[in-house]
Design a protein around this ligand. Structure first.
Ligand code: HEM
Length: 530
């Protein structure tokens, strides 16, 4: 690490009140030279020594059940409202909580930015995420060993994860590469606006399955990057049994089965339970359609006349990378499709809901969009996006208040001191972003939707960089972040340019199904502005 980097890290560490008080007391102790001083220093050193993990607060750990009793014997909790269980843990035990369950690594939940930062920094060189073991198993067990014993960057760890990640992250995260997809993303959003207008005139509001429409937009958008082609999800006459519609329903069923497999007893490790079989079947069906699309895209690329001045698309670039096999690329494309549907579509559902509930924010956003775009019908450019500061703040604030992802998890490959406790190697630590986002001490007026807190002048005070990080952080942060952000900026700019959104029903409740979403149908009404 360069001396500059080292000093930046050192300065950052001083923000931590624990570290700060520790370093002050330590330096005071070293100046004690008398016997009494030495005794005091020794006593102080004992106090400063990290406390054992057994002292981390949390539900009582019982033989066999561990801490699980606090969840399973409490009728108010189930796998679809696990976020409420986490909230209760933090309320009852404070910002660091221990949770031990049979058959999985013991865990610590943290809900403060200092611990989140410590965790991310300490795991930069080996960010292990032990999750989705059932997902991993179906790829390992795939027909004809399709995945060649590899499971893709979502689920791999260690060297195999880094082998792929290091090859693909520059292409996927470089602004220049992602901006190349802006015209197609914009076109998709414009078509989706026509779809909204048509649904509005047909039903007088959005139908109960509007979320399904949002899935279509999301699959069409991420597919335009991952598969390098339009899938046709937004065709108004699309047949329910068409390939894109089947992809959406398989992805949906897959997520439901994955949620059930991960948040229940892992019996599928011993025999193929009905949930596991469903997971396998939906993954296989999704794979067959995706593989066919990938083959068609490859054939179209091969048929093109090579041209020197033509930039390679993401998929072409990846297929040509010497360090990646075709199967690596196919697996990555599948992961992009799986990770890129629910996340962006539910996030935008929340953004629209919060705008409808906060008309003054919506008006300010429309004013910004009017200033930057007016009734510009031509393509959106990155110059437009660069000027939409309030729009980006709206999305950030929405992700703070109604996040889709609960937090990030890292399994420790060496012991780590967090909040003064020594967490052993092999334990998992999960940051609870949602609890931090709702913490009044980190976000004044935390319950309110105030996008201006993210603007440059930080009118509501500075924000700790680890107080909310919806895309994760460090070397393993969301690799689709730039793609997701560009999709969401484009969608929101186009929707605000054309419509005012309203929501006339009761407040939504959150439901957890791998990502958080609304348990109520988002029956928005859209009014044309011009
Ligand atoms: C609002 C949208 C999205 C959110 C909030 C989100 C959030 C996240 C988070 C929190 C992680 C884990 C990061 C960590 O462990 O530090 C992640 C990983 C990942 N995301 Fe996203 N994501 C979004 C959209 C997307 C999209 C559109 C794609 C595909 C283009 C994508 C692809 C992935 C992949 C492949 C990983 C695994 C990366 C790895 O482990 O190396 N995500 N995402």
């Amino acid at each position: 690490m360069s001396s500059v980097a080292r000093s930046i890290v050192g300065m950052r560490d001083l923000w931590h009140p624990l570290v700060l008080s520790r370093s002050l007391t330590t330096s005071a102790a070293t100046h004690q030279v008398t016997a009494a001083g030495a005794a005091a220093a020794a006593a102080e050193k004992r106090n400063l020594e990290p406390r054992p993990v057994s002292e981390v607060p949390g539900p009582r750990v019982l033989p066999f059940l561990g801490s699980l009793h606090s969840m399973i014997f409490n009728r108010s909790f189930n796998s679809s409202n696990i976020h409420l269980y986490f909230k209760k843990l933090i309320e009852d035990y404070g910002p660091i909580v221990k949770f031990v369950a049979p058959f999985t690594p013991p865990m610590v939940f943290v809900a403060n930015p200092y611990d989140a930062e410590t965790l991310v920094r300490a795991t930069m060189d080996n960010p292990i995420r032990n999750s989705f073991e059932s997902f991993k198993k179906i790829r390992k067990d795939a027909v004809d060993n399709y995945f060649e014993n590899k499971t893709g960057i979502l689920t791999e760890n260690g060297e195999e994860w880094w082998r792929v990640r290091s090859q693909v992250q520059t292409s996927m995260m470089r602004v220049k590469e992602v901006v190349a997809y802006l015209p197609v993303m914009d076109q998709i959003s414009l078509e989706f606006m026509d779809r909204i207008a048509s649904l509005q005139s047909q039903f007088g509001e959005m139908p109960s399955d509007f979320q399904n429409e949002m899935y279509k937009w999301a699959l069409e958008s991420v597919g335009s990057v991952a598969l390098n082609r339009r899938l046709g999800c937004l065709d108004p006459n699309i047949a329910p049994d068409s390939e894109p519609m089947r992809m959406i329903s398989h992805a949906n069923e897959f997520f439901t089965a994955l949620n059930d497999a991960e948040f229940s007893a892992h019996l599928w490790e011993v025999f193929p339970t009905p949930t596991f079989r469903k997971l396998k079947k939906t993954h296989q069906e999704f794979l067959v359609i995706a593989d066919k699309n990938i083959r068609e895209t490859e054939a179209a690329l091969l048929a093109q006349e090579p041209s020197d001045d033509q930039e390679l698309t993401l998929m072409e670039g990846l297929l040509l990378k010497p360090g990646l096999s075709r199967k690596d690329v196919v697996t990555l494309i599948l992961d992009m499709l799986f990770a890129g549907i629910d996340t962006t579509s539910h996030t935008l559902g929340f953004v629209l809901y919060l705008l409808a509930r906060n008309p003054e924010v919506q008006t300010r956003l429309q004013e910004e969009v009017d200033t930057v775009l007016g009734d510009h019908k031509g393509p959106l450019t990155h110059h437009h996006l660069a000027k939409l500061h309030y729009l980006k703040a709206v999305i950030k604030e929405s992700m703070r208040l109604l996040p889709t992802v609960l937090g990030i998890t890292r399994t420790l490959d060496k012991e780590l001191v967090i909040s003064g406790y020594l967490i052993p190697k092999g334990w998992s630590v999960m940051t609870l972003s949602m609890m931090m986002g709702w913490d009044e001490s980190l976000f004044p007026q935390a319950k309110e939707f105030l996008p201006e807190r993210w603007l440059r002048n930080k009118s509501l005070g500075t924000i700790h960089p680890y107080a909310t990080f919806p895309f994760g952080a460090g070397t393993r942060m969301c690799i689709g972040r730039r793609i997701a952000e560009q999709e969401m900026y484009t969608f929101l700019a186009r929707v605000m340019q054309r419509f005012t959104v309203d929501y006339k029903y009761e407040d939504i409740e959150l439901i957890f199904r791998l990502v958080l979403n609304s348990e109520r149908p988002l029956k928005f009404s859209f009014t044309e502005r011009r």
